[in-house]
Design a binder for this molecule. Sequence first.
Ligand code: CA
Length: 264
Amino acid sequence: NLWGLHNTGQQGGKVDTDIDAPEAWATTTGSHNNVIAVIDTGTDYTHKALAGNLWTNPKDGSHGYNAITGSNDPMDDHYHGTHCAGTVAGNGTDGVYGVSHKAQLMPIKFLSGSGGGTLADAIKGIVFATENGARITSNSWGGGPFNQALKDAFASSPALHIIAAGNDSNNNDARPTYPATYDMDNIVSVAASDRNEALASFTNYGATTVDLAAPGVAIYSTTPGNKYKNLDGTSMACPHVSGAAGLILAAYPEISNDELKARL
Ligand code: CA
């Protein structure tokens, strides 16, 4: 099912239209030293395919942050965030490997069970991730106008922020999508591609403002309650890049954001 990691032409795809994950895994399968925040609807941190790969708060043993309630319980009452987390760092249970087999996933919940959220809660989530050592943030969300406070929150974080380009078939060069289109050195904007080496029909794009494409159609990953399913979206492409960043960090722990971005 994981054509994005290794495409052998399964289900009608084009051979080797993938991220060459097995080739990368010959060098590293990731490291528990890297904290990767998944800023989304939360994560089912009890999912068996994520076991062993969750960040634990040294203060209270919790596994993330819920900006909506102000608590440290980021349980996913949707499914989107759990799906993204599995693509970043699924542990291989039931065959669901993330791009990085090992990481410290830090679930940050600011999107509700209906999938919406506020800018204020997004900023709280970015701040929590930054203050608690996230080296990468994975952001499969967007919407709303330019917002200086949100831009400042990303800018003031030393992490590299991977952000979905959006799903409106829009040219982000002509009509910006935020936060993906903020022009900043520590943001990577991700479009979605399919198993036949084409951009997804829905994906936003932009020669200047979108940095790269990654697999984002029929992506199989974790959902709450020890389940799995296929989803489409730049939301699914973004965590492929976040996981790849985790592999690079495992191989080059001292790498700068500029170097990491260049390697991606
Ligand atoms: Ca390949």
